[in-house]
Design a protein around this ligand. Structure first.
Ligand SMILES: C[S@@+](CC[C@H](N)C(=O)[O-])C[C@H]1O[C@@H](n2cnc3c(N)ncnc32)[C@H](O)[C@@H]1O
Length: 279
């Protein structure tokens, strides 16, 4: 245990472990995540319903959703996918959380919406092709290493029709300035979020100022097993992300406020970029 905690205490190299599948697909954690997605009172995992409507609204005004093929990558419980479908798009929602997808399918069915919800890992599996629009919403790009970002951007580029658009949002560099390194410990840390069993949880936030990168690292110790989760979050200047998009063959517009779609002027607000695959 002493050795395990000593190891946990050490600052890992940036993006040295990727544990997103534990966070999103472990049955217990995925259910607790789904509860967060669906709680309209806060912006954890998914934004509040009013913000989601505003985002779908500006994407519709800027791009025109009616009659378009739209792929929602990391769709979670399908909150955007359903809104896009109501606006007349033919939507495919993709995610690797079967828990979220089951919820998304049930809600779409209840609303009479014909949406394909597909279980896939967008870093490893083929994406649905011939799309007019692909979206990646709520900072998912920020959780990826530079190599993973290159992989994903190449896959998105290939999955778009010529002239197709890619809309993604990201956390802004000024948001990183407010973060602090900290350590936490607790019996059933975070109110039983990490397991249905009793456990002791340890948490540690590491900051990498040069890379504008934060890591929330968790060690969960149960009677019979232990596991770790690494949550990486890279904060961007819009131009940094724009340069990566251009490097992957996209044309890139000016950043917009992620929620309103207006010109991005609050440096501490998330921004979105609308990128196009050239004709
Ligand atoms: C922050 S949530 C956002 C969900 C949704 N876009 C929203 O805003 O309501 C990230 C989602 O991406 C999914 N995800 C993360 N990495 C993924 C991967 N490699 N392949 C497929 N889905 C992934 C997670 O399961 C989760 O549903």
């Amino acid at each position: 245990m002493y050795e395990q905690l000593t190891e946990f205490h050490k600052r890992p190299a940036p993006f040295s472990r990727y544990t997103a599948d534990t966070l999103w697909t472990d049955a217990h954690i995925a259910q607790r995540m789904l509860d967060y997605h669906l709680d309209p009172a806060h912006d954890i995992a998914s934004r509040k319903p009013g913000s989601i409507q505003r985002i779908a609204g500006w994407i519709d005004r800027r791009i025109g959703l009616k009659g378009k093929s739209v792929c929602d990558l990391g769709c979670g419980p399908g909150l955007y996918a359903r809104d896009f479908a109501r606006r007349g798009a033919t939507v495919t929602g993709c995610d690797f959380s079967e828990t979220s997808l089951a919820h998304a399918r049930a809600c779409a069915g209840a609303d009479g919406l014909d949406i394909a919800f597909v279980r896939l890992d967008y870093l490893a599996d083929p994406l649905p092709g011939h799309q007019d629009l692909i979206v990646l919403i709520y900072g998912d790009i920020c959780a990826l290493s530079p190599a993973q970002r290159r992989t994903l951007l190449a896959k998105v580029h290939a999955a778009l029709k010529p002239g197709g658009r890619f809309v993604l949002d990201a956390f802004a560099k000024a948001q990183f300035a407010g973060l602090e390194e900290k350590t936490g410990f607790g019996f059933r840390l975070m109110d039983g979020f990490w397991s249905a069993e009793n456990y002791f949880g340890f948490s540690k936030t590491f900051l990498y100022a040069e890379e504008s990168l934060a890591l929330d690292r968790y060690l969960i110790v149960e009677p019979d097993r232990s596991f770790e989760v690494f949550n990486w979050l890279r904060y961007f200047e819009p131009e940094e992300l724009a340069a990566e998009l251009r490097g992957s063959g996209f044309e890139v517009g000016d950043p917009v406020d992620a929620v309103t779609g207006d010109r991005w002027k609050d440096a501490e607000a998330m921004f979105s970029i609308i990128a196009s695959r050239p004709d």
